[in-house]
Design a binder for this molecule. Structure first.
Ligand code: TYD
Length: 205
């Protein structure tokens, strides 16, 4: 049986990595083989593209950025995501195409229609079974995100950029209400886990 494809989204600092780890454990405990991966990245070439994309030394046209995201994604689908789904594994991906609509579309202003064309090209009809969107005000995300490491090219952006990213994410959620579940990331971890337990439990049945 083909596996399920689940993606996690949200602005930096929304806590998706914490919840991804918890959810992967939830599914493993129920006997599923879980493949955890991320974007941009997930393959040898994809991780090289990630370094280029996140390096504050590189400046590039917003459409170049969008195309590099999709180039990494095409490779990721071909080498990791599709084969894992075909083996029956559950693929949990830390960010996917909604991030491109949110960051490059909402944040940088790349035309939504162009992104839809690239989406169609890279994915054919493939869409995640479920997308969890951890929604949070940028001011709160910023406070949470900053650890010891220095800011990457996206983290250097201001709250204004992140407000547009957030709006882009919410627009995607509105366009695909059956796929995208919006979770209020301002809640406590316990409250969020309770919500995730319900959503993930329904997926296991
Ligand atoms: P992420 O892996 O969440 O970074 P970190 O592990 O440092 O929290 O994502 C890296 C950055 O890439 C993030 O700021 C969002 C950005 N991004 C895009 O702009 N477009 C995309 O399509 C994807 C997948 C990520």
């Amino acid at each position: 049986m083909r596996g399920k494809f689940i993606t996690l989204e949200g602005i930096d600092g929304a806590g998706k990595s914490t919840h991804l780890t918890w959810l992967a454990g939830f599914f493993r405990e129920r006997g599923f083989t879980v493949c955890v991966t991320r974007e941009p990245g997930g393959t040898g070439l994809g991780e090289k593209l990630r370094r280029i994309l996140l390096d504050p030394e590189n400046s590039m046209h917003a459409e170049t950025e969008a195309m590099l995201m999709f180039a990494a994604r095409r490779e990721h689908l071909d080498k990791v995501i599709e084969p894992a789904l075909a083996r029956g594994e559950w693929v949990m991906c830390d960010r996917f195409t909604d991030a491109t609509f949110a960051y490059q579309g909402g944040g940088r202003g790349v035309d939504w229609q162009r992104l839809s064309q690239l989406e169609q090209w890279a994915q054919r009809g493939l869409q995640p079974e479920l997308t969890l969107l951890f929604d949070l005000a940028p001011e709160i995300g910023r406070q949470r995100a900053r650890g010891a490491r220095s800011a990457d090219r996206f983290e250097q952006e201001q709250d204004d950029f992140y407000r547009r990213v957030r709006a882009g994410y919410l627009q995607r959620a509105q366009e695909a209400p059956a796929r995208v579940r919006v979770i209020d990331a301002g809640q406590s971890v316990g409250q969020i886990q309770q919500q995730l337990r319900d959503i993930a439990g329904a997926l296991c049945r």
